[in-house]
Ligand binder design. Structure first.
Ligand code: ADP
Ligand code: MG
Length: 482
């Protein structure tokens, strides 16, 4: 372990602890790097294989007081894994070295969590020159707010994200594109942060002199408010307006904050005028961010907008395969398939399920039945069910498929070329959303539940007699379930 990994203990203001020190038993002090070394040694004695190396090498300790220690680790996956597997050992090691009594908090220090970042993976035996170069890179990634684990290499490309990925790669390659700003939107856990961070890293690796800044919109807003309060707006502006590449994550949080929106608008204009690259992400299209000023919406949309969709089954399997390689765990293929089939809407959730099952597997507790897996993943599956297909998406998908207007799903019009797709949409809503007959009737322009029952019966009957109807319903179902 090199020395740059250590000395990373941070201490909150007012705790009376000097930065670089942590509290040790009896109130005496111990240098951060020494504390970390001792903790790693204790963990290593208790954990098997290279678990200490893999899960704890990058940790940073924050001593809040003698009884509360926070352990910062690189990603949410590390948090999950440590919480599932190593809490007793970690608690024990901390109490031995620091004398703290309580359970430690384990938190991710990824960019989104506020910019305290991790270091690069340990370079394997390399020359001094290379070491210096990678140290410099690690420093600049850190000060740009980038997590070294979010690289293009680690991003699995599939039909759902191909276009977004290609746009991000083009920007990272420094191609002066019309993609300015690039606006990435998509649901939670679909890789927005990962892609934005990958752009920043590639640019810094290729052109270390560039000024790259990644931050969440929330951080931008908070810093802005603080700058106003402290009267140092100038330096705030200088910092952001001299960026070559500004990556702002989760801009949906700008909603309602008038002064921050104004500031953001000007920063944004200054950067675009100066030909700096701007990349934004949001969990929804700009036009659907409520109370976002129209001038910002149109600014956000004046470059290129790309959407991330949930990954298809093959991509979900490929992602699980990649994560198993990265974490050096292996679970049987049947289980991989089961997880990929059941968790469709969020890669973060997919990772969580894999951690859970790999942990079970590593404890050698034997075969997993479907019931047992469902039990093990109960809360994750429950979250997934809540994110299931909605009547809204069914109406959109069916209208799109039959090339009719969305409004016809709720209209009173009765021509067969409209009425039949509407009945199929009602049928699918009944099968896929768990909505009641009354809810479904409501969503289809306030029809009564008898109409929904009739539609379901009719589609059922037709599926038995008409191959084409059966195939159409199957194709729509597959499209919705991806
Ligand atoms: P978002 O910002 O859209 O909520 P993140 O970028 O934080 O999502 O992704 C959540 C987790 O899923 C991260 O650990 C990320 O590495 C992983 N992830 C998302 N998409 C992919 C992908 N296509 N390939 C590999 N990992 C992915
Ligand atoms: Mg994110």
């Amino acid at each position: 372990m090199s020395s740059r990994d250590e000395g990373a203990v941070t201490t909150p203001r007012g705790s009376g602890v000097r930065a670089g020190d942590v509290l040790a038993r009896g109130g005496s002090r111990i240098p951060a790097d020494e504390a970390k070394k001792q903790i790693l040694r204790l963990l290593d004695a208790r954990l098997s294989g290279d678990a200490t190396e893999r899960w704890f090498k990058h940790m940073q300790l924050v001593a809040e007081d003698a009884n509360q220690v926070t352990v910062l680790v690189p990603t949410e996956t590390h948090v999950l894994w440590i919480q599932e597997n190593f809490m007793p050992e970690l608690t024990h090691a901390l109490s031995q070295v620091l004398g703290c009594g309580g359970r430690p908090r384990v938190l991710a220090m990824n960019g989104a969590a506020g910019g305290q970042l991790t270091m690069l993976e340990e370079p394997k035996k390399q020359s001094r020159a290379k070491e210096v170069a990678s140290e410099t890179l690690a420093k600049s990634l850190k000060s740009a707010g980038l997590n070294p684990l979010y690289t293009f290499d680690r991003f699995v490309v599939g039909g759902n994200n191909q276009f977004a990925h290609a746009a991000c790669k083009a920007i990272a390659a420094g191609v002066r594109t019309a993609y300015n700003p690039l606006f990435i939107h998509g649901g939670s856990g679909l890789g927005k942060t990962h892609l934005m961070q990958a752009i920043g890293q590639d640019i810094l690796k290729a052109r270390p002199e560039s000024k790259v800044i990644y931050l969440t919109c929330e951080k931008f807003t908070n810093e802005f408010i603080l700058a106003v309060q402290k009267g140092n707006l100038d330096s705030f502006r200088r910092r952001y307006r001299k960026a070559d590449v500004l990556l702002v994550d989760d801009v949906q949080f700008l909603t309602g904050k008038e002064k921050s929106q104004e500031e953001f608008f000007h920063t944004f204009n200054t950067l675009l005028d100066g030909r700096a690259q701007v990349v934004l992400s949001s969990d929804r299209p700009a036009s659907e961010i409520q109370t976002l000023e129209p001038r910002l919406v149109s600014r956000f949309e004046c470059g290129l907008t790309v959407a991330l969709q949930p990954p298809q089954l093959e991509t979900r399997i490929a992602i699980l395969g990649r994560k198993m390689e990265e974490w050096e765990v292996k679970i049987p293929e049947d289980w991989v398939r089961f997880v990929a089939q059941r968790i469709r809407s969020n890669v973060r959730r997919l990772e969580g399920a894999l951690v859970r099952i790999a942990t079970y597997n590593s404890l050698g507790q034997g075969e997993l039945s479907t019931d047992r897996i469902e039990d093990l993943l109960r809360d994750i599956l429950r979250e997934e069910a809540a994110a299931k297909v909605t009547i809204d998406t069914i109406q959109k998908t069916v209208a799109d498929f039959y090339d009719i207007r969305l409004a016809d799903m709720t209209s009173r019009r009765r021509p067969a070329n409209i009425a039949f797709p509407r009945q199929i949409a009602m049928y699918l809503s009944r099968k896929l959303t768990g909505g009641s007959l009354v809810e479904i009737g409501e969503a289809f322009g306030g029809r009564d539940h008898g109409t929904v029952i009739h539609a379901c019966k009719k589609v059922d009957q037709m599926m038995q007699t008409d191959d084409q109807v059966r195939q159409t319903v199957a194709a729509l179902g597959a499209r919705l379930n991806r």
